[in-house]
Design a protein around this ligand. Structure first.
Ligand SMILES: Nc1nc2c(c(=O)[nH]1)N[C@H]1C(S)=C(S)[C@@H](COP(=O)(O)O)O[C@H]1N2
Ligand SMILES: [Mo]
Length: 326
């Protein structure tokens, strides 16, 4: 079944033909929901916690040729991926983002590129989306709290945007700054983090083809609780490195402080690579719970070094003491 393409005019055939269908169970429901259209969403109240109500419009994608970009593991149900979130700007409970992000204004949106680049400036969302063809990437994402999901993201390698900005030789790190608007984001009124939420990557990490600039998931533009309209997804690092609702990308010489490092430097290192051998002071990182696999007999999975992406990213850390640089 072809997916309507509303946001992108000229692009390759939609992924419906090429995505391994069994990989995500929700797609059929989703497409049915799209067919229902406005009537469907009107019926879908918060009370029903209808996952499709969070979706913000179809996006067409092309197959990814990046090594490691598509795991064959079963994707997490859409309702879990949109109902169990960390997005502290909307509150610290897992259902706060689904509850409070609905009013976030995502249009117009732009990202400001600044710092050590030859081409600084503001890029509007429409233009940003067209920098490289949108691909579907099915990534594991593991949260430092000990749970994980498998999500079919839509986006392109962050490297495409970085190259367009033409970083100068002195640019060694990339810093992400996300929206902090107390009028729209009730969590920002609390001091749980030093707002705005910021994150960072070393330049070679940011340039790695698996580092994704994401605009959508499950065949559609990102739901607000998942970081609409644009976020990063860095699958071999703990979830918090994947900053949501980005407004600024800054190229810097020194390792930037991050919101989590400021909050608890002994708990959250700059690298935060998924590593079963380095425990967080409060949570073991040896195993994880796959969201959706609950119940009495659900087994915890063994957490893999670099979240299972060692073959692709291990080289980035050759010779580094991962216990020291956690
Ligand atoms: N701006 C912002 N980005 C954020 C967070 C946040 O609180 N604010 N939480 C992070 C954490 S801890 C995780 S695990 C992931 C969760 O992404 P998901 O809800 O789309 O699964 O988002 C990350 N990005
Ligand atoms: Mo997280």
């Amino acid at each position: 079944m072809p997916i309507r393409t509303r946001l992108i005019d000229s692009n390759p055939p939609p992924s419906s033909a090429i995505t391994p269908r069994a990989v995500y169970e929700d797609r059929r429901t989703l497409l049915k929901a799209l067919a229902l259209g406005a009537a469907g969403s009107a019926l879908a109240g918060w009370a029903a916690r209808d996952a499709r109500a969070a979706m913000t419009g179809p996006l067409a994608t092309t197959r990814s040729s990046v090594a490691g970009a598509v795991t064959m593991e079963k994707a997490t149900a859409l309702k879990d991926a949109t109902g169990y979130n960390n997005f502290y700007e909307f509150g610290t409970d897992k259902d706060d983002p689904a509850r409070y992000a609905g009013a976030l204004k995502i249009d117009p949106w732009s990202i400001e590129i600044e710092g050590l680049v030859n081409k600084p400036g503001r890029i509007a969302l429409d233009e940003l989306r067209k920098i490289s063809p949108l691909e579907e990437r099915i990534y594991r994402l593991r949260c430092v709290e000990g749970w994980s999901m498998v999500i079919p993201w839509i986006g392109y390698s962050l490297s495409a945007l970085i190259k367009r900005a033409e970083p100068q030789g002195s640019a060694k790190y990339v810093e992400f700054v996300t929206l902090a608007d107390p009028k729209q984001m009730p969590g920002v009124r609390s001091s749980v983090l030093d707002w705005p939420y910021t994150e960072g990557l070393r330049m070679d990490e940011a340039l790695h083809p698996l580092s994704l600039l994401a605009f959508g998931m499950y065949g559609e533009a990102l739901p607000r609780q998942n970081g609409a309209p644009v976020r990063v997804v860095v699958p071999w690092k703990y979830g918090f490195k994947s900053a949501k609702s980005i407004v600024k990308i800054r190229f810097v010489e020194k390792e930037p402080r991050t919101a989590w490092d400021k909050a608890a430097p002994n708990e959250y290192g700059f690298y935060s690579n998924v590593n079963p051998g380095v425990d967080h002071p409060r949570w073991s990182q040896a195993t994880e719970r796959r969201i959706g696999e609950d119940g009495l007999f659900a087994k915890r999975r063994k957490t893999q070094l670099f979240n299972g992406y060692e073959a692709e990213v291990g080289q980035l850390y050759a010779g580094m003491d991962l216990k020291r640089f956690f």
